[in-house]
Design a protein around this ligand. Sequence first.
Ligand SMILES: [Zn+2]
Length: 317
Amino acid sequence: MIKYINALKNSKAFKIIENDINNDTLSHAYMLISEDDEALESLRTLIALRLYCENCCTVCRKCTQIINGNCPDILEVTDEKSIGVGKIETALDFAYLTPTEDEFKTVFILNAQRMTLQAQNKFLKTLEEPQDGVVIILTVDNENKLLNTIKSRCKKIKLELFPKEVIVNELVGNYSESQKEEAAESAEGLITRAQELLSESKAEEIIEALIMLKSSKDVLKVSTLDIWNNLNDALDMLEMVFCDIMYIINGMKNSVRNRKKTEKLLKLSEIYSNESIVNIDTEINKCREKLILNCNPITVLEGLLFKILEVNYLCRK
Ligand SMILES: [Zn+2]
C-alpha cells in the first residue's frame, strides 16, 4: 500500500514529473525534497510507478515488481547510516548497463543526505556526464545537506505543504473528525506529523486513564472511555505508555516517546514497578490473543484493567 496516495497523486510535485514524462522532457537527475520522510518515500514510489506504467495502476506486472522492490531496471541505493563510495560505485556500474526490459533505467539514491563527502564527489561525475537512458532520482530531507555542485545539476522538486483538508483525508485510525482536523491544523502541512499528533493525543488519553485507575471501583468508569473503541490499537498504545513509564523508572528520560506528558508519567512511575510492567505486558499479549479468538472486547478490556490493578498490588513497591 502506498501511503497518502491521493494527496501525492494530486500534488504539484508529482505533476512536475508527470508533465516531464508526458512532454518527453525528462531530466537526467531529480532531487525530491521533503522533511516528511514517509510522504517522500511514497512520492518516490509513485514516481517510479509513473515512469514505467502510465496509470500507476499498482497491479500490473511492472507496478507489482516496483512495489515489491524487484524491478530489474530500478536500483535503490540506501543505507541506515551513511552511503559510502562503494554503494555509489555499484550504482554507477548499474547505470552503465543497458536496460533489460524498458527504454531506461532509474537509480534512486534514498536519503541522499547520508552520502559521505567522497560518495558525493564520486556521484558528481555521473551528474556531469549524464548517461542516455538513465534517470537518477535523489530524495533528501534538506537540500542544504548536499554539495552545491550536486544541487545545481538536479532538477529540484520540493514536495509542497498540504492544506488541512487534504491532510484530514489521508489520516487513518479510529479518530473523530474533530480530532483529525485539530491534528491537521497543527501539523503545518506535513501529513506524517498530523498522524503522529493523533497518536500522541491518543497516548495522552491513555495516560489519563491510567491515572484514573486507582482501584477496582474505577474499572467501569475507565473501561467506558472512548479511547478503547478500537481495542487492538489501544493495546499497542497502552504498551507504549507502559514502556515510557519503564524508561522513567530506569532513569532513561531521553527514550520517553510521550515527552509532553513526562510529569504525568512520573506520577505513574511511582505507582508501577519494572516487575509489575513486565507482568502487565504479558497480560496485554494475552488480550491480543483473546481478541484474535473473537472474545468480547469489553470483557477483555475489563479483565485487563482488573489484572493491571491486581498485578500492581502484588508487585507493589
Ligand atoms: Zn501498472
